[in-house]
Design a protein around this ligand. Structure first.
Ligand code: FES
Length: 135
């Protein structure tokens, strides 16, 4: 069985809910993994969900990133395990279907329309003009 996954959701495990010492990242990881297991479809089964300590979105807890091979990377803030798991799963389906991962805010569900902290082109796209000049 091939267990390689081309997509990843990374959740900050250091973010603290504003005004508290609670770190929602671990709960969000567990809920996302559960939602992916429950969905049990090819698109979301291709996602690995993991934690990392800080992605420099500290003022907008909890920070969540999407990345994939040859795809744009997104960093979202303000994600709450009690509210946003459904939208994060919906975006996983959308992101998996995009060849380069690039989409506008209007294509993103719920809070993901307004909570984007960064959208970074894939390395392939970023280096294309240089590679073209070299040929
Ligand atoms: S503590 Fe979560 S992004 Fe920095």
């Amino acid at each position: 069985m091939d267990t390689h996954q081309d997509h990843k959701i990374t959740v900050c495990t250091s973010c603290k809910r504003k005004g508290t010492q609670q770190r929602p990242g671990y709960e969000l990881i567990e809920k996302l993994r559960g939602a992916i297991r429950a969905a049990d479809d090819a698109a979301t089964n291709d996602f690995d969900v993991a934690g990392v300590a800080c992605m420099a979105g500290c003022e907008r807890p909890c920070a969540v990133a999407y990345h994939g091979t040859g795809k744009a990377t997104y960093l979202f803030g303000d994600m709450d395990p009690a509210e946003d798991v459904g939208d994060l799963l919906t975006f996983a389906h959308h992101y998996a279907a995009l060849d380069d991962g690039w989409c506008s805010s209007l294509d993103r569900p719920g809070k993901l329309r307004t909570s984007t902290l960064a959208r970074v082109p894939s390395l392939v796209v970023a280096t294309l003009p240089t590679a073209a000049r070299a040929s």
